[in-house]
Design a protein. Sequence first.
Lengths: 325, 325
Amino acid sequence: MANIRDLAKEAGVSVATVSRVLNGHPYVSEEKRKAVWEAVEKLNYSKNIQAVHLAKGRTAIVGVMLPYIHHPYFSAVIEGISKEALRYGYQLLLFQTNYEVERELEALERLRMRQMDGLIVCSHEVDWEVFDAYQEDGPIVLCEQVERYDFFTVYIDHYQAFVRALRYLIKKGHRRIGYCIGRTTGPNSQARAAAYQDVLREVGALPRRQWVFDGCLFLEDGKRVMEQWIAMEERPSALLVTSDQVAAGIVLHARRIGVRIPDELAVIGFDNDPLAEMLGITTVALPHFTLGERAFRLLHHWLETGRVARKQEELPAQLLVRDTA
Amino acid sequence: MANIRDLAKEAGVSVATVSRVLNGHPYVSEEKRKAVWEAVEKLNYSKNIQAVHLAKGRTAIVGVMLPYIHHPYFSAVIEGISKEALRYGYQLLLFQTNYEVERELEALERLRMRQMDGLIVCSHEVDWEVFDAYQEDGPIVLCEQVERYDFFTVYIDHYQAFVRALRYLIKKGHRRIGYCIGRTTGPNSQARAAAYQDVLREVGALPRRQWVFDGCLFLEDGKRVMEQWIAMEERPSALLVTSDQVAAGIVLHARRIGVRIPDELAVIGFDNDPLAEMLGITTVALPHFTLGERAFRLLHHWLETGRVARKQEELPAQLLVRDTA
DNA sequence: TTGTACGCGTTATCAT
DNA sequence: ATGATAACGCGTACAA
């Protein structure tokens, strides 16, 4: 493949001039400019972007760390990131981790190796401490509320969102309340657990371990929850379900087996997935797409200017009352 | 940041030796090896991957071109690609195109600039001719059946899949048959259109333009289709719906407005989405995840060995009869 | 307006 | 086993 030196020879100019022409710099005579472009044409030249990256010390690539892609929540976040990245001429490098520590560390190492200019972490397993250690290698944006460390973050206040949904259920007269969650680790999950404890105690209701359903991510998990629920001696009368997919699974399976919702079981989902709207599921709308957008913008603004208005940004959640609670 | 020369100086060896140690080459004395690793530690050294890429002429990065991410079909394909990429130590660079020609060309230009070793095209708008022109710049895998050009392809025979579903409907006595599709352009869509024409004519039934519903991608589109259907003077008695999301939208809205399925309207979805299973939707199971896997493997095998068993691979589709047709 | 020369950080070849 | 040195291809400071 032809390189910049071949072009220079062909066009009868210096490599510096070639570079200037290629990058649209001023102070190049029209005839040399023309000669260079003709050489480009003739030699079928194309820039080697790797060399550009090396020479400039930046890549206009942003890494995206996330456990899996095939999930409405994460694919919405990426879509938001992607849209903004496109807009500002950045590219996205994907790091799927499956919540494996090994994978997460590898992504961080890539930041250290300067493969990308920054990293957006959608969700993770390793401790904040680890991320903190990598902050000197490049800007990192976390999609969660962080205490004790000084990170760039864009987040939803899951504690408050949970509190609001719980209070709503309590106002409706519920005291036996449980919830479904994707996993129990991770700050978002822990915030929810705390809210659950706090609010229930507040009204003298009993938080029960067996009313917390773990591993709830997909539609099928909702079916499983419903099967467990029906088999229980003491059933909760209401469930907070941190994914509308799961909530939909619950509602659909309930219909099938003749459990009346919300009379026998009230359900509040999270996300405001189109599926929740279609099924009339009461839900806490979460701005996932916007979360991705803002995460990218924060990173981008930092990369381009070296400063930001504020390092933390909170996004609102909103309870949408429909038919299931 | 410390570089390899700093290491050499610190360890009292040459850069060549440093490189050997860093890459685990043999023929290095134990003491020098130790000295180098100590220098790495002391100077907090990390490789610059951009320089590695430049020097080696390859990146172990694969590009993925797709219109959007936030859709069950595409996110399943990526998940398949991602899983295999992880396994073989490759990284994924995302090119979201929104089916805009401009974006697609940009992705191809990136291949030309050697930003990645190869490209997987999940779906696209531009003509095959364009892709053909870029084949010399790196291996390209298309996820569709291609005639007239010699591409790497992994595909589902959508013509046959459609034929089989249509024949099933006809055997059930349906003659007024329509279908829902994501878009009308693109080889997969055209194969389906051809199957529709061919099979209906075969039995003397009438293919009708107004029974072809375009722009059907998401759940909400199913609702829209149902509203259009109910408003029709002459309604089809059966619909092939090329996305289970849309099929679910149809089925759910039908329930709501009291349209009996399959009696008044038979529905066959595509994908075998969990939602289809939960709703008892008859569907044509399509191996999206596997498609992604195979696409990556094909590319990977070519990159590593320079040859493949065969450049084209067909994946099976299977009709799963449930309750809606 | 143009060219020379060096820097970016590695890898790889070729001596020794 | 080890070291000089030449690629890899581009950007740019500096000089002219």
